[in-house]
Design a protein around this ligand. Structure first.
Ligand SMILES: [Fe+2]
Ligand SMILES: [Fe+2]
Length: 263
């Protein structure tokens, strides 16, 4: 079924947090340090979404009003995912939200200045097929993000966190529906888009947040969430979904990335 942006914009809202009484829930039982470390990563990356949006808008993707309408809603929901995770971190006495993000941004001044130029140039060289790359990239990042939250909920086994992550995952599911349906539509019947997407994924795809977070944090996140049997099963399931997109069979993209991180 085709994703309806009109329907989506009716249901967009900040993920609900107030009824969860997070301060009390985590005062009673704190999360373990490896879980908090993943949450810091996810907080930083969710709140980086607006910078990914900036990079997308300098490409040909901005010409499609269906895409720009979706992105407007998407960035809002991702912002509130970051806000919700900030509440969890604050409940553990940690700095979160804008003061933490200010530090992340300051440390990336040059990279962030260059990123839109790279995207603009890539889009100019690749032409309209570049939108297929971005939509496929988005689908894979949303699939892996949702899987990451599922794994984190299972690992932490904390009722308040499980409920919060369940709500976030539900919204990530709508993001998946948009990106995956866009990717399938754009790859179908466009050989150039298929070749370009396959090439770009093989050359440049890395786990979500790899471009923002230090390598040791990426290693911890991937190892902690996906290093065991259940984690591997989830990655293989995502690889099968990627395989089913036109022209992307047998990439072993996300399992392969986890293998390289574990090596
Ligand atoms: Fe999110
Ligand atoms: Fe998302």
């Amino acid at each position: 079924m085709r994703f309806s942006v009109d329907q989506y914009q009716q249901v967009v809202r900040p993920v609900a947090v107030d009824d969860l009484d997070l301060d009390h829930a985590f005062a009673e039982r704190r999360l373990a340090e490896p879980v908090l470390r993943c949450l810091r990563y996810m907080h930083d990356v969710e709140l980086h979404t607006v910078c990914y949006l900036r990079d997308l808008l300098v490409t040909s993707a901005h010409r499609d009003p269906e895409i720009t309408t979706f992105l407007t809603m998407w960035v809002y929901e991702e912002y509130w995912h970051g806000g919700a995770l900030a509440r969890v971190l604050r409940a553990h006495g940690e700095q979160a939200g804008r003061p933490r993000i200010e530090r992340v941004r300051r440390s990336r001044r040059i990279a962030e200045a260059v990123a839109p130029l790279k995207h603009m140039l890539g889009s100019a060289i690749a032409g309209p097929s570049m939108a297929a790359v971005h939509m496929t990239w988005g689908a894979i990042n949303e699939w892996t993000t949702q899987a990451g939250y599922a794994r984190l909920a299972a690992k932490a086994d904390h009722p308040a966190l499980t409920e919060l992550l369940r709500r976030i995952m539900k919204q990530e599911g709508r993001h998946i529906d948009f990106y995956a349906s866009q990717a399938a539509a754009r790859l179908t019947g466009d050989g150039r888009a298929r070749r370009l997407t396959r090439f770009a994924l093989r050359k440049a795809w890395r786990p979500v947040g790899s471009d923002v977070m230090p390598a040791e944090e990426v290693d911890h996140l991937v190892g902690f969430l996906f290093g065991d049997d259940e984690g591997r099963v989830m990655l293989e399931r995502i690889d099968r979904r990627i395989d089913r997109l036109p022209g992307l069979a047998d990439l072993r993209l996300v399992s392969g990335a986890a293998d390289r991180r574990a090596a």
